[in-house]
Design a protein around this ligand. Sequence first.
Ligand code: DOR
Length: 447
Amino acid sequence: MIARGFGRLTDPPASFLLAGARVVDPATGIDELRDIAVRDGVIVDLPADDLERIDASGLVVAPGFCDLHTHLREPGTEGETVASGTRAAARGGYTTVCAMPNTDPPLDESAAVAALLARAADAACRVRVIAAATRGRAGHVPTELEALATSGVVGVSDDGTGVPSERVVREILKRLAPLDLPLIEHAEDGEAAGGGVMRVGPTATRLGLPAWPPEAEERMVERDLALAEAAGGRIHLTHLSTAAAISAVRRARARGTRVTCDVTPHHFSMTDAWVGGSRRFAWEETSLVGTTGEPYDAATRVNPPLATREDALALLAAIEDGTVDAIATDHAPHPSHRKAVPFGEAAPGLVGLETALSLGLAAVEAGRLSLRRLVEALSTAPAEIIGERRGLPPGATADLVLFDPRARWQVEPGALGSASSNTPLLGMELPGVVRMTVASGRVTYRR
Ligand code: DOR
């Protein structure tokens, strides 16, 4: 009998039969009702009647999710640990998370990368590491990129900020090209951002908060695309939030630039009006019952800031048409004391691993996204960016998520595996409940 609760990558491989599930596998193009049998952690041919049978009717099976942007906060002491963050991931359907390097101290050396990987060996999902792009994330001197590549990193980034110097970005891209690793850029021109704490617009005006203009993102995106084109390296633009940035990516792709990008669930579903107390999704005409928030709620402070409705809808359209490759959470846990302060002093970020699927499914219900593209953008597409294979054919190691797309759950701190609960979704009811997550053949979550 498969136990309920969380498992680890070091558990014995599992055996079970998922009966009557809707299998959505972008790797093989399958979307149909069928059984999936797993024996000793490997997907096997049917029949397999001796296996523990799990009734999966009404449920969806998809390849395990891969998050390109997770803050696990190790090393450091604030808001999350590898253990709690990977449990949150497993509960959200993730089998891989990529740990961001804006830790304390930053992950800018091979020894620190090795130490984190060792700590994550028995976690509730695979942890891959994104190392800092510059020493100390200070933006001046590239890290030892070649050595970091040998230690297994899947990309480099100074996330939290962009890399301001063109010269430094050019050197990084040049040196990364033969290593086939991407520079993962937090595209924000600090000068243009000008200390803004929320997006420019009527809500910022009404609340009297310093406003962040969309040009802060667009300028950096245009600069990075031009530099990537010249250097020939791979660039991955993370948490894009503006329609103009998406258009720039589209144009660069058409020119042949090697660019990939992701957007977050909060940027495609929430809007700057949330800072003013709205809890209406970008696609909604009217608010869900009982979901009105308070203005200046620090849980809505995030970087880049929540964008306009038009931006959010453009992000959704760009996921659907493939301009946006992946959905990444930017899961950014913060302890309550970093949020229980005036809005402009609050740490930016919100937790996202356990609500990403639900926000995506809410967009699917609203007719703004197809289930096939949602699954692809959460699983096979981000996995491919970091060189991981996904898919559900017989012979593959079982790496999957089983979820109920229609069941509802209430977002509450007690319902989250994360050590933090900084999200403006608290109290709201969302669709999509993960029933089981299987990573590398092990059951890492069962509900
Ligand atoms: O909102 C954010 N929080 N954006 C970032 O780029 C960093 C992140 C964090 O580390 O908290």
